[in-house]
Ligand binder design. Structure first.
Ligand code: C5P
Length: 257
């Protein structure tokens, strides 16, 4: 694990402009940290570099994501989980772009869940009251959104953002026949950041590890451990850059702002 003492005086970059600038929210009366899982190989994207390191309108996607947390007053520390081949690169990027809240970089795992479990065991996270987990490839969340998730998690133990799906969602069988059509008002498309009280997230991850359970998001790990997870309204522009189409949309969002 690296510490952040390397952060010093290289030329700073311009902070990316916020699409909808609003007054910065105040600090919470709790220690809030964020884990950024960034150990994906980006194979679905088809580029030479993992997508989190690709340039998006002049800045790497990862740096755009980190800037939002850097600008959120209630966030105290950032821990990044990444392949060890990229640790030095991340340190250099964070120095260059003045990410002063970077507290540790830990090794990634073969699954997103293992990357996060590694991060949960770093000192800055063990020292936190509330932990948010946010995909490296979602650069469009905002300080106000992050703060409302952290506040809600402090109050209720958990808060995850969800949007009512625009399309009708079908459950299908392996032969592609429709098995069921769940009512849309009972469905949510879930985003990150997902926010939890630290002990709840840590104990749920430890339980899942013991049971060999792999979930598709952090909330599913907390649910698997028998806990209730609460949803708040998601943010439409908080897209996950997964495909070249998402990349084109991200570029348009930045050009519009
Ligand atoms: O693969 P997917 O797009 O779902 O990845 C979501 C986030 O999890 C990305 O930020 C990716 O870098 C990260 N990830 C990780 N460790 C893995 C796989 C994905 O940190 N083994």
């Amino acid at each position: 694990m690296s510490d952040a003492s390397f952060l010093s005086s290289q030329a700073p970059s311009q902070a990316p402009s916020q699409a909808h600038a609003s007054p910065l929210p105040p600090r919470l009366n709790a220690r809030v940290s964020v884990i950024i899982p960034a150990a994906g190989s980006g194979t679905r994207f088809g580029a030479a570099l993992p997508k989190q390191y690709l340039d998006l309108c002049g800045l790497p996607i990862l740096i755009r994501t980190l800037h939002v947390f850097e600008q959120t007053p209630c966030v105290d520390a950032i821990v990044i989980a990444a392949s060890e081949d990229f640790h030095e690169h991340i340190q250099t990027l964070c120095t260059t772009h003045r990410i002063t809240k970077l507290a540790a970089i830990c090794p990634g795992g073969t699954e997103r869940q293992y990357s996060i479990f590694n991060a949960l065991n770093t000192a800055p996270i063990l020292d936190s009251d509330v932990v948010l987990v946010h995909d490296a490839v979602r650069p469009f969340c905002t300080p106000a959104f992050i703060t409302s998730l952290a506040e809600a998690a402090m109050e209720r133990g958990s808060a995850i953002p969800g949007l009512v799906p625009k399309e009708t969602i079908k459950e299908i069988s392996s032969d592609l026949s429709v098995r069921s059509t769940p009512p849309r008002q009972h469905l949510r498309a879930i985003q990150t950041p997902q926010a939890f009280r630290r002990e709840l997230l840590h104990s749920s991850y430890a339980f899942a590890e013991k049971q060999g359970f792999i979930g598709t998001d952090d909330a599913s790990v907390v649910e698997f451990a028998g806990n209730t997870v609460f949803v708040i309204n998601g943010l439409e522009e908080n897209i996950k850059i997964t495909t070249p189409f998402d990349f084109a949309v991200a570029r348009m969002l930045l050009e519009r702002s």
